[in-house]
Design a protein around this ligand. Structure first.
Ligand code: CTP
Length: 423
């Protein structure tokens, strides 16, 4: 008997039942990547397209990708009562793309095909990823339907902005499949629903590492991938906040749908962007790995080996943006700002363990919350999962068990929201 059969060493996440509803929009082809991601993550995926979705992608494609038969009507396989059973047994229902029509039918409790019947019987988390033309998304009917669904606890994503079918651009694009998959997986991990508690809040998030140029081709950088900061921005959008994400270069992460993106490269550029955008921010979250030092001067041409090569490269210290933001707030320059969050990546050393260093960093920086990650080989950097602690000024310390960076982001925002609404 293997260790896994004995139940001793099996740490793979349990296989969940995921329903992917696909409705009739041109973005239906992107649902294929989503189905594949859930299947590759080991889940039992059942695709339920609408009749019009099958105008765009054939049932055979969904069957091959999910490994399960595809049905669309309530009168197929009636003896198995699929219109009730599928919803009842599901751990997650994701509708992607969700057209204005399916949002309307779901909001009104219609059950005229297998997908809407399933939505009525599902008691698990439900995620809608809308895709439609901007006019449809902004129409008062759709706005009301989205409000109704959110009020009932469904997570209706903000659509991405950009090129739509034809010549149009604007909000209404389907969020990228990796973003939908990440949020869906987070809903499976997080036992409770994601609250929509940041409506009306302005949140500024920094992410990624900075690059400090030495010459036109070289820079001093670090291993930050930006994934944790992007996840915080993404989750803040989904909780209703208006989010500005100030990011260093990240190597192609998907922009969180619905966030305002500000791209910077150096610590000085990041500082200028944080100063500019934190003016009316209720919350500032500094997840970026900002370089502590930069070269004192930048060579105009490439530094060459040989007689002219420098023996050493002098560095000067960068301003601590987090500490500066706390100071500006404490001096009354940022009257709206109520919660400032810092991050600390610690290894522990002969002077103390990870938490000892983190506690003194929280004290030094003066922020309300400090998110602490233990770093080292295979931990925190460039990976999709994370673990750590949230320390707060009042001395509370909460452990964050190993989970996805989206889950960690949702827990960080739980703590932020706790402080915002503490009175
Ligand atoms: N930070 C910042 N501006 C800097 C440097 C860091 O805003 N110039 C912020 C980061 O965004 C993060 C926190 O400060 O929120 C990290 O603290 P920091 O003291 O930079 O961590 P380390 O560099 O790891 O510090 P130390 O070397 O003292 O451990």
């Amino acid at each position: 008997m293997s260790a896994t059969e004995a139940g001793a060493l099996d740490d793979t996440p349990p296989r969940k039942r995921v329903i992917v509803g696909v409705t009739g929009g041109i973005a239906a082809y992107k649902a294929c990547a989503l189905v594949r991601s859930f299947a590759e993550a080991g889940h039992n995926v059942q695709v339920i397209p609408t009749q019009s979705a099958l105008q765009f992608v054939g049932a055979a494609t969904f069957e091959a990708l999910s490994g399960n038969p595809v049905h669309i009507g309530v009168f197929e396989n009636v003896h198995e009562v699929p219109h009730v059973r599928l919803g009842q047994e599901a751990d997650l229902v994701v509708v992607a793309p969700a057209t204005a029509d399916v949002l309307a039918r779901a909001a009104h409790g219609r059950a005229d095909d297998l997908l809407t019947a399933t939505l009525l019987t599902a008691r698990c988390p439900v995620l809608f990823a809308p895709a439609m033309h901007t006019e449809m998304w902004e129409h008062p009917a759709t706005v009301d339907n989205v409000g109704t669904l959110r009020g009932r606890g469904a997570l209706v994503m903000e659509p991405a902005a950009g090129r739509l079918t034809g010549e149009d651009t604007g909000p209404g694009r389907l969020p990228e499949p990796d973003e939908i998959f990440g949020l869906g997986s987070m809903l499976l991990e997080r036992a409770d629903a994601l609250p929509r508690d940041l409506v009306g809040c302005r949140v500024v998030v920094s992410a990624g590492g900075t690059r400090e140029p030495l010459d036109p081709v070289r820079f001093l950088g670090n291993r930050s991938s930006g994934k944790q900061g992007y996840a915080v921005a993404r989750l803040a959008v989904q909780r209703g906040a208006s989010v500005t994400l100030i990011t260093g270069p990240t190597g192609g992460l998907t922009d969180p749908a619905g966030a305002e993106m500000i791209r910077v490269s150096t610590a000085e550029e990041m500082r200028a962007a944080v100063r500019k955008h934190s003016d009316n921010a209720d919350v500032v979250i500094m997840a970026a790995a900002v370089a502590d030092f930069r070269p004192a001067s930048i060579a105009e041409s490439k530094i060459k080996k040989g007689a002219d090569e420098p023996d050493t490269i002098p560095l000067v210290r960068n301003i601590d943006i987090l500490a500066e933001t706390v100071q500006r707030r404490d001096e009354g320059e940022l009257p709206a700002t109520r919660v400032i969050v810092g991050f600390a990546a610690e290894t522990g050393d002969e002077h103390g363990d990870v938490l000892t260093h983190a506690r003194s960093k929280l004290e030094r920086k003066g922020c309300e919350l400090l998110v602490v990650n233990a770093v080292g080989e295979g931990k925190a950097f460039e990976v999709d999962s994370n673990m750590g602690w949230i320390l707060s000024r009042d001395g509370a310390e909460k452990a964050l068990p190993l989970g996805s960076k989206n889950l960690m982001a949702s827990r960080i925002l739980d703590a932020v929201s706790g402080l915002l609404y503490a009175g």
